[in-house]
Design a protein around this ligand. Sequence first.
Ligand SMILES: *Cc1c(COP(=O)(O)O)cnc(C)c1O
Length: 222
Amino acid sequence: MSIASNLESYKRLIQGTKCRLVAVSKTKPAPIIMEAYNTGFRRFGENRVQELKEKHLELPGDIEWHMIGHLQTNKVKVIAPFVSMIHGVDSVKLATEINKQAIKNERVIPCLLQVHIAEEKSKYGFEPNYLLETITAGNFDGFNQLKISGLMGMATFTDNTDLIRREFRILKQLFDQINSLATPSNIDFEELSMGMSSDYEIAIEEGSTLIRIGSNIFGTRN
Ligand SMILES: *Cc1c(COP(=O)(O)O)cnc(C)c1O
């Protein structure tokens, strides 16, 4: 299957839904990304700061770049001038730095809060209850140039589809719960980033608005 036809089948799959596609191009070289670009597609995801920066410089300026990986505070400044959305905000410290760099660059940076929903232990992502407490306590208030647009999560890597579904539901419930709170205007939930090549079907059924698909579009990575 070609990249163009893979993209086309995802396009057909999400047509008429609220869900959009982030094509995860990490490790793939510029000519491969251009194959997708030349079909009219513009939304790409990367997980490493240096690689993202290089591709931004090398590829057309109208690409919407999504940072989907873990982001270290000291590297925010590298991507702050151009990044379209940061999916992995997992601390107030990181949010503080993104807001600071957004001010420096005179722009608003849309972000998603990463939530730890998988059974696998992970250093990354807020625990659901802790995130609720953090938001209720007002710890994200006052970040006027950081737009908190929703949540991102990764389900356990397993073929137990019931478990995957339960984890996505936890994320969706948390999304709805936070959405019902009286939050400041910079917290405006619209996006639920969940679903990858192995579990996007369940994610869409459970309310995903951004699926992040890599290998099903570009082929397996080394
Ligand atoms: C690599 C990656 C993806 C895409 O994974 P595939 O299984 O290749 O679709 C999605 N989300 C994140 C955070 C990733 O790092």
